[in-house]
Design a binder for this molecule. Sequence first.
Ligand code: PCA
Length: 231
Amino acid sequence: MTKPTPKPKSPSPRVPLRVLLTGFDPFEGEVLNPSWEAVRSLDGWEVGRATVHARQVPCVLGEAIDALAHAMDELQPQLVLCIGQAGGRAEFTPERIAINVDDFRVPDNAGHQPIDVPVVRGGPDAYFSTLPVKAIVRELRAAGVPASVSNSAGTFVCNHIFYGLMHRIATHPLPGVRGGFIHIPYLPEQAARFAGAPSMSLETLVKALRISVSTALAVTHDIAETGGQLH
Ligand code: PCA
């Protein structure tokens, strides 16, 4: 007689969870990066049975992924949200997809400017976020925060770390880790230097991050709701 396949055990409700949030250091002449300003204010936040750990990563090819990998080794998180600045965007934008290409329009903080080089040689062309991006957008809008799904994280260091994160999750022996990337607007003090540029206050960014983390912890299968673009 064949033995029944044992059901995978769901973690006990008392098992603590760790959430890793990363934010970048400033780049392209800025003195701050809203991603780090928002992320660092949530370091130590306890949400349900999860604790949030914040880490800063450098805006540098390779080093960003190395710093992320180091933090994941150290913390063994079950959920990872990497955050980055998208100057010019007016909304909080969970990214849908990471692509396997580095094509830097400007040099990174160490002067690297790769053109059409894979993030991971031989890796898949792309990875989808495993965050519930639609549910996050719905909850943010319901809370009065402008938000949309983004279908391109660009081809600079944010896409680079996003691809690195998803590749690590896909190839790492520990199953069940979920992760993704969120681009966020300038802070008002940054936008004040560029006439007409949109911005979001730190208070709203932090509120939006809290909603994103809580939703990602609560929703493991995303909702079906339109989040596409015509072009
Ligand atoms: N934004 C850049 C890299 C670091 C950051 O905060 C990007 O969108 O690629």
